[in-house]
Design a protein around this ligand. Structure first.
Ligand code: FAD
Length: 297
């Protein structure tokens, strides 16, 4: 079983005693229609009193302005701590500085600090250039030193696709934690034992930073399977079998998604996990139902 005493006070229990802290990820809505559905979802999930909510950053800065604008409006409208995701790959340090200042002006004090996917013309390790960050740990260190941001980083219980091995990936995570990350948020997974083993391995590697599990509600199983393949996150056979049984039944699929998310979160809570991060995909219903069920348990 996992060595859960690696989770320090930032993931401390709240009432009731087995109920973990929660946080929610959103992405900036792309169309007017998406925007119209976005704000009600934000407010519904904000009412569940998350620890914080986050707004993603499009690959290569494609959503830069929209991320800043959405996150700043979420600060104003919800009064909750809001974090902005930010990637440093292929972006000048001077340009990142300007974005960080805009985020601060918008009331954002927490950054999900990421490298971002490597564009096809850039290979790892990066060519040395003092105008660019060379690693996520350097980025984390600078964000802390310059502006004292709260920092979350990414972790991959099933290994990042670029990493040569899980051990190498854990060493890369350790560098980010040693640079001052306050917590790691994991890639989504469906087999909790994978996460528990990952926690044990991180603890053995000397990582004492909280590693909060990231769970995804299944709104569209086929789309999820495609996305998971890209991230190299496994979708267990039992999950394929369950969703095959509700293939042409949207109500059945929704109920199954609530059951799967609730069961997964419940098992994590029972095993002492103190903070669960939800990838909401900008939809509130399944996540809300699962959290109500978790609270009632
Ligand atoms: P890193 O942890 O820096 O590195 C990834 C891999 O590179 C490591 O696992 C390791 O194999 C290798 N590596 C890194 N540093 C070293 C080192 N010093 N020595 C040896 N090897 C090293 N992407 C977006 O574009 N926008 C988002 O908003 C976004 N949000 C995300 C949120 C979460 C919670 C997660 C889990 C991922 C998110 N991503 C996002 C995806 C992420 O940008 C990609 O997975 C990217 O390829 C890696 O970014 P990272 O910060 O995890 O990388």
């Amino acid at each position: 079983m996992a060595v859960l005493n690696v989770l320090p006070s930032s993931c401390a229990f709240v009432m009731p005693s087995t109920f973990p802290k929660i946080s929610f990820e959103f992405f900036p809505p792309k169309t007017e229609k998406a925007e119209a559905a976005f704000w009600p979802a934000v407010h519904e999930l904000a009412a569940l009193k998350p620890e914080f909510m986050t707004v993603t950053y499009g690959a290569g800065g494609s959503t830069k302005d929209k991320t800043i604008e959405t996150a700043s409006r979420m600060v104003r409208e919800t009064g909750l701590p809001i974090a902005a995701h930010l990637t440093y790959i292929n972006t000048l340090i001077a340009d990142l500085d300007a974005i960080e200042k805009q985020l601060l002006a918008g009331g954002i004090r927490h950054i999900i600090a990421l490298r971002g996917d490597l564009p096809p013309d850039i290979s790892w390790p990066l060519e040395i250039d003092k105008n660019y960050y060379q690693s996520t740990s350097e980025f984390v260190h600078a964000l802390k030193r310059k502006f004292g941001f709260e920092i979350s980083v990414a972790a991959y219980p099933e290994k990042h696709p670029d990493a040569p091995s899980l051990d190498a990936d854990i060493q890369a995570l350790k560098l980010k934690c040693d640079a001052g990350a306050d917590r790691a948020l994991t890639q989504f997974f469906f087999d909790n034992d994978v996460y528990y083993r990952f926690l044990d391995e991180c603890a053995a590697a000397g990582i004492a930073t909280p590693i909060c599990p990231g769970l995804v509600p299944i709104h569209d199983f086929d789309a999820l399977v495609k996305f998971a393949a890209k991230c190299q996150a496994s979708v267990p056979v039992w999950l394929h079998e369950k969703f095959a049984r509700v293939k042409n039944d949207s109500e059945g699929a929704k109920n199954l998604a609530i059951e799967v998310l609730t069961d997964q979160a419940m098992d994590l809570a029972k095993n002492g996990v103190r903070h669960i991060h939800f990838y909401t995909l900008n939809k509130s219903a399944i996540t809300t139902e699962a959290i109500h069920a978790l609270k009632a348990a």
